[in-house]
Design a protein around this ligand. Structure first.
Ligand code: E4P
Length: 217
């Protein structure tokens, strides 16, 4: 499973990239707002740090304007992945962009049928929003499972990018189902390492080691 980080915070991205944990980044207009930066400058900075796909989202809702914005975003760097909303205009733009060799992340997916359409439009990634489906009182993870089945039935190459991840359990469940990618908020990504028995075990080993009076090297 590939790990993307879901943030436009350059400091967090640099830290996670230095750990060797990052395969890509996803941003959205709300995350750009939170970063306080200009979309073109922030995206360029992120692309200079991370080798993998960096999703940058268009804000136009009409096809030709989406294509114009996608052209501007694409010029930032080769690893920019154009993020498009799951609308008819978005799907049309997806088809046009992927046919010309661009990476596209189709976002705001809340149903298996929407994911089917995105795959047919040649999307590189489909982003089903687990947390926001959970918020409606429906099991978001079932959406990931349905999409996995449909994509496998027809051997679609579109990668399932589990998005709107809120918990470490979301990451585990998405991995068990076989999502290709998880885009994870920085704090959740870092907390995947945590286990109380790891902390306790390390504490005991270090205490016993101190009693030996030895040094390595
Ligand atoms: C995905 O690409 C989105 O940026 C993100 O996962 C949305 O998550 P949220 O529902 O926590 O805003």
């Amino acid at each position: 499973m590939k790990f993307f980080v879901d943030t436009a915070d350059v400091k967090e991205i640099r830290e996670l990239n230095d750990l060797g944990l990052l395969d890509g980044v996803t941003t959205n207009p709300s995350l750009i707002l939170k970063s306080g930066g200009n979309i073109l400058e922030v995206t360029k900075e992120i692309c200079d740090i991370v080798d993998g796909p960096v999703s940058a989202e268009v804000v136009a809702t009409e096809y030709s304007e989406m294509m114009r914005e996608a052209d501007i975003l694409s010029k930032i760097a080769d690893n920019v992945c154009i993020k498009l909303p799951l609308t008819l205009d978005g799907l049309k733009a997806c088809k046009a962009l992927t046919s010309s060799g661009r990476m596209v992340n189709v976002t705001l997916c809340f149903s298996a049928n929407q994911a089917l359409l995105a795959a047919k439009a040649g999307a590189t990634f489909i982003s089903p929003f687990i947390g926001r489906v959970d918020d409606m009182g429906i099991e978001g993870m079932e959406l990931i499972a349905e999409i996995r089945t449909i994509y496998d039935n027809y051997s679609f190459n579109t990668e399932i990018l589990a998005a709107s991840i809120r918990t470490t359990n979301h990451v585990k469940q998405a991995a068990l189902i076989g999502a290709d990618v998880a885009t994870i908020p920085p704090a959740t990504l870092k907390s995947l390492v945590k286990h109380p028995l790891t902390d306790k075990g390390l504490e005991t080993f270090l205490a016993d080691w101190a009693k030996t009076g030895q040094k390595i090297g």
